[in-house]
Design a protein around this ligand. Structure first.
Ligand code: FHN
Length: 443
């Protein structure tokens, strides 16, 4: 036993050492596509869509994908939901077409959530879509192929916590398996890591999005070891900060400098301001990640677009969630909102994609800024104008350059006032709705 402990200590020591060797230039190159993307689609889908928030005829409070824990459903009973999971209306190409029209650049789908049920053909487990459910189609394969054909990056959410595997019992927080002597190291080395390797090698995701790291059995050292294990498989992979223990609760940013992971993960909230670190805010469209038939508390399209603008101008990515039904359909309320976001991005996407934030990211209550990553342009995104002109201090147009409103062809008249402010005459009819972008050529 001593030899095994010594080996694990040496292994983890190596992991800690190799973890922080990447140069800034190499990291910037690796992160570039993700920083350019700005907008991703989160998909929480699994057997929890079968009960859809109802258990034994009673509405179960809280987020839908937690129903097994919240309603304290025994594993055998929950497995019955898995045996009913047959999403015959699932069409990966249709999902990806919805995402493409919405202006989404990457998709993060739950490969395995906390319930342990796997949406891909795993050789490591029979608790997967091929062996435990009647559907017997590799969902991740179909979605990966559809994403690649559409030029959208496929990415995977993967839960470290597992309420089904007997050796993953978290004695302190989540007792589902009731296994007498759970062997966490065995779960980690012979199940978790082999499944992550399957996902990395079979589907080549752009991002691994870990979750469920808060259980006491998981440690930062194990997170660093897993980070290096994955980077060995693909040095270009991007991994969130929930692979380790650095996350500061729902605020999502890492509490210490060398925390494992490449970006912070604010959840259901947006940072107060800009950050020197990469970050992505994940949010639901209603109140649940996994589908609940009675959750109708939908955010408006305007709210979702305001969130996207707020996140982008603070330098983050927006990961917006949909929870498909047990039949395999994205709820129509979600589709409608995504279409509205896509219509807005068709006109204003230049201010979101391939841009970066700036220290003074806003002026007053209605003007927010991004900068093109080549530094040539400043984009002023306004959610409201007063009167027929816009007056700005925070811009510095190159003398003699044109100022445009995105979505319109003709340049707008502008002048510098004696107090140094800039006055821009707005078009009589604003293009589209919700918010508008002025494109300023920098000096
Ligand atoms: O417990 C999960 C929850 O089900 C959901 O997946 C969210 C999305 O980020 N993450 C955890 C809660 O923080």
């Amino acid at each position: 036993m001593k030899k095994m402990h010594l080996f694990l200590i040496l292994l983890l020591g190596f992991a800690l050492e190799s973890f922080s060797q990447e140069s800034k230039a190499a990291r910037d190159q690796r992160m570039e596509w993700w920083r350019d993307a700005g907008f991703g689609l989160f998909i929480h889908w699994g057997a929890y869509a079968i009960p859809a928030g109802i258990y034994n005829g009673t509405e179960v409070k809280g987020i839908g994908e937690w129903i097994m824990h919240t309603a304290n459903i025994p594993i055998a009973e929950y497995e019955a939901f898995v045996q009913q999971f047959n999403p015959v209306k699932f069409d990966a190409k249709k999902w990806v077409a919805i995402a493409k029209k919405a202006g989404v650049k990457y998709i993060v789908i739950t490969s395995k959530h906390h319930d342990g049920f796997c949406l891909w053909d795993s050789q490591v487990s029979d608790y997967d879509i091929m062996d435990a459910a009647p559907f017997k189609r590799d969902i991740l394969r179909e979605l990966t192929d559809a994403c690649k054909a559409a030029g959208i990056r496929i990415c995977f959410y993967h839960s470290i916590m597992d309420w089904h595997h007997p050796d993953a019992e978290s004695k302190k927080d989540y007792t589902h398996q009731n296994s007498p002597n759970p062997d966490w190291n065995k779960y980690r080395e012979e199940y978790l890591k082999p499944q992550v390797k399957e996902l990395m090698t079979k589907y080549e995701p752009g991002v691994m999005w870990f979750d469920g790291e808060w259980i006491p059995e998981w440690t930062e050292a194990q997170g660093k070891d897993l980070y290096n294990f994955i980077k060995e498989l693909n040095p270009e992979i991007i991994i969130n900060n929930r692979i380790g223990k650095g996350r500061k609760g729902m605020q999502g940013m890492s509490e210490y400098e060398d925390a494992a992971g490449d970006f912070g993960t604010p959840e259901q909230e947006i940072l107060e301001g800009t950050s020197a670190y990469d970050w992505e805010s994940c949010m639901t469209m209603n109140d649940t990640w996994g589908y609940k038939k009675n959750d109708h508390n939908w955010k408006s399209a305007k709210q979702l677009i305001d969130n996207l603008i707020d996140v982008a101008t603070k330098g983050g990515n927006y990961l917006l969630n949909v929870g498909p039904t047990a039949e395999g359909l994205i709820p129509p309320e979600s589709v409608k909102r995504l279409q509205e976001m896509g219509n807005w991005l068709k006109k204003n996407g230049e201010a979101i994609y391939n841009t970066r934030s700036r220290p003074n990211y806003k002026e007053g209550d209605h003007y927010k800024f991004t900068v093109s990553k080549d530094g040539k342009y400043t984009y002023v995104i306004a959610d409201q104008f007063t009167g027929s002109t816009a007056t700005l201090k925070e811009i510095n147009p190159r003398p003699g350059s044109d100022i445009y409103m995105l979505g319109l062809k003709k340049p707008l008249p502008w002048t510098q006032l004696s107090n140094g402010d800039y006055l821009i005459t707005l078009p009589k009819k604003l293009p589209g709705k919700y918010a508008w972008t002025l494109k300023i050529t920098n000096p």
